[in-house]
Design a protein around this ligand. Structure first.
Ligand code: UFG
Length: 330
């Protein structure tokens, strides 16, 4: 299976590990590199795992020398908006410089096919929703800036060296492996759904709702939640599109439907059968009121639509994993 060796950077993280599991299920042979700074070895369920750091160009080159790699899926990154404001240089190093080390090793070994983890954060505060890919990019934090910058670098590598890329701009990744073998684990956790589930398991007494006076129907922020298994599918399908000769492109990965913070809390109560007390809290700096994707471009290019992103499926898969993570019985 010579065209099946896929290098997955950051494959021990949340979205990376779900993609690795799906690659294995579809007969690919992933080679996973991760420095385990935020990833977990136990989330990697197969393939060859190499603990390595993209900050070290020699280590990256050696991996390419030692393996016949056909294509790369590049997840490895720092991905906390708040942390990026406090430590911008860390974000430029991890999200831009490391990516350039990877591209240099790819070119040196004639590997010219890469799927890149980008983010809705490249749009900043949207002028209109749903957000199409042509929407102006005006990122409002270093996290979004580094994602936007690396997309520019990919475009210039395409012009200069014929690098073929797909950049996937994720909206809000959520949900977990339906088998609950792997799932979402962040330290510290800042995301809405796992924090709501922490209240459901009794780990924290209540959920803070950041901002209740937004110009939205119930006053809370609206987000487009996309199941991590749909994201994994989008990576593999766009990889196949690229390997079949498809043109480089940037795609949103979302559902086209938004849900408010209050809707998520209600859905989490329904799915868990437990009460999730919420307290009103001030707005969190940097939160746009509404982030909803137009998912039309990806649908038009490869026929992809989300299959697992109904709220109850997102929440029930997240709940099954979360109980296991927190050591809770049913
Ligand atoms: N929220 C709360 N209470 C919490 C946590 C979150 O009310 O305890 C709210 C947030 O204010 C926001 C919504 O829930 O309105 C979603 O917040 P998350 O932190 O779960 O997700 P974000 O939308 O902030 O972040 C996502 C991705 C980031 C990406 C960003 C782009 O996780 O990687 O979208 O804006 F950068």
């Amino acid at each position: 299976m010579t065209s099946k060796n896929i290098l997955v950077t950051g494959g021990a993280g949340y979205i990376g590990s779900h993609t690795v599991k799906e690659l294995l299920r579809r007969g690919y042979e992933p080679i996973i590199i991760d420095n385990l700074s935020t990833g977990y070895r136990k989330l990697v369920v197969g393939g060859e795992f190499i603990q390595a750091d993209l900050r070290n160009p020699d280590a990256v080159r050696q991996i390419f020398s030692g393996h016949r790699i056909n294509a790369v899926i590049h997840f490895a990154a720092s991905c906390y908006v708040g942390e990026s404001v406090e430590k911008p240089m860390m974000y430029y190093e991890n999200n831009v410089l490391c990516g350039m080390n990877l591209l240099a090793a790819m070119l040196a070994h004639d590997v010219r096919c890469i799927i890149f983890s980008s983010s809705a954060a490249v749009y900043g505060n949207p002028i209109h929703v749903p957000i199409r890919e042509e929407h102006p990019q005006n990122p409002i934090n270093p996290y979004g800036q580094t994602k936007s910058l690396f997309e520019d670098i990919l475009r210039s590598h395409e012009r200069l060296y014929g690098m073929q890329f797909v950049s996937l701009r994720y909206f809000n990744a959520a949900g977990c492996d339906p088998e609950a073998e792997i799932g979402e684990t962040h330290e510290p956790e800042t995301h809405l759904i796992p924090l709501a589930l922490d209240v459901a398991v009794g780990r924290t007494p209540n959920l803070r709702v950041f901002g209740t006076d937004y110009d939205t129907p119930d006053g809370t922020c609206i987000r487009d939640f996309i199941h991590v298994c749909d994201l994994a599918d989008a990576h593999i399908r766009t990889l196949e599109y690229l390997m079949d000769g498809g043109a480089s492109a940037v795609f949103n990965v979302g559902t086209g439907t938004g849900h408010s913070v209050r809707e998520i809390i209600r859905a989490a109560e329904r799915v868990t059968g437990r009460s999730i007390p919420a307290v009103n809290a001030p707005r969190r700096p940097g939160d746009p009121p509404s982030l909803v994707a137009s998912a039309e471009k990806l649908k038009g290019a490869i026929g992809w639509t989300a299959q697992h992103s109904a709220l109850d499926e997102i929440l029930s898969t997240a709940w099954n994993w979360h109980k296991k993570l927190r050591g809770c019985a049913d």
